[in-house]
Design a protein. Structure first.
Length: 311
């Protein structure tokens, strides 16, 4: 038997002896731990991973009252739960793809394997409205979410800046279909626009007060070493050349043309930040420290972009 397979006898025991939601949460967390699954698509431990799978499969909210976990579940529900737990363990499918739900900036979003599972530290910056780099008095009326994927960043930006139009750009038509599902769900068709574009190619003449970019940034070495869970995600949203900076280079070369005076560019490059100093020595990037975890995000002004890249 593969180390990634559930034991048939244990499955039958679970169906027979586990009675309540709490029982299934505890057993699921134990199975996740013993089978060594990777946490990194919205949770960082077995218990939270179990909660994020079991409750939605039972059509219960993640923040359901604790008392509900003492409720007993039916045989049909048990069998359904077991099939999803088996899928998570044996195929290493991220929970978000099993439940078609992921949370970002406190908001739920539809996701499937056409898009990455949301996990960007941009959520913290959006919650703070990009303070202190963006002053409260600054008017933000045009925002660009580059490489939007599911549209979660664009929609969260629209919530944070209620007077702004947000353009949600992606090269992938499949990703944009998911983004449009979420834009529709949040009734934001009049403020958030899904646009197919290879970086800035589909945005001639457009200028923004704020550009937020979460491009693919995983380098070849990290791609080869990724846990199996990541191989369920679209490689187009992860890989970006040998050093992970292929798309970031394009963004940096063209962003100033699409920023208003005083505009800001925020870019996430994750672990590929180690390649940035070598590629752009002396560049005036300000690297952001996060209170909630995360790294590899920098900010640069339009004026600094012009000064560094046009000299």
């Amino acid at each position: 038997m593969s180390e990634f397979q559930l034991n048939e006898a244990q499955e039958q025991e679970a169906l027979t002896e586990l009675l309540t939601i709490q029982d299934w949460l505890r057993w699921t967390a134990s199975q996740f731990t013993s089978h060594g699954i990777f946490f990194g698509h919205g949770t960082d431990n077995a218990w939270d991973e179990a909660v994020s799978l079991v409750l939605p499969i039972l059509n219960l909210p993640i923040d359901a009252p604790k008392e509900i976990t003492s409720a007993r579940i039916t045989t049909t529900e048990k069998q359904r739960l077991l099939s999803y737990i088996r899928e998570r363990i044996e195929n290493r499918t991220p929970v978000a793809y099993l439940t078609n739900q992921a949370w970002f900036a406190g908001l739920p979003f539809y996701v499937d394997e056409r898009v990455l599972v949301p996990r960007s530290p941009f959520a913290e910056l959006i919650d703070k409205k990009f303070s202190p780099w963006l002053e409260a008095s600054q008017s933000v009326t045009r925002v660009l979410d580059m490489c939007t994927g599911s549209g979660c960043i664009a929609i969260a930006l629209a919530h944070a800046f209620p007077e702004a139009q947000v353009d949600a750009v992606d090269i992938s038509f499949e990703a944009l279909a998911v983004a449009e599902t979420n834009i529709n769900e949040y009734l934001m068709l009049d403020r958030v626009y899904a646009i197919q574009s290879d970086v800035f190619s589909g945005l001639p003449g457009q200028k923004y007060d704020l550009i937020v970019a979460n491009p693919p940034y995983v380098d070849e070495e990290d791609i080869a070493d990724m846990p199996e869970e990541f191989h369920h995600e679209p490689m187009l949203g992860l890989a970006s050349g040998s050093d992970g900076l292929d798309v970031t280079r394009k963004i940096l070369q063209e962003a100033a043309l699409h920023l208003n005076d005083g505009g800001l560019l925020f870019v996430e490059v994750g672990n590929s930040m180690i390649h940035m100093e070598e590629e752009f020595p002396g560049a005036p990037f300000s690297w952001i420290e996060f209170e909630r975890g995360g790294l590899g995000v920098f900010v640069i002004t339009k004026e600094d972009l012009l000064s560094y890249f046009n000299d």
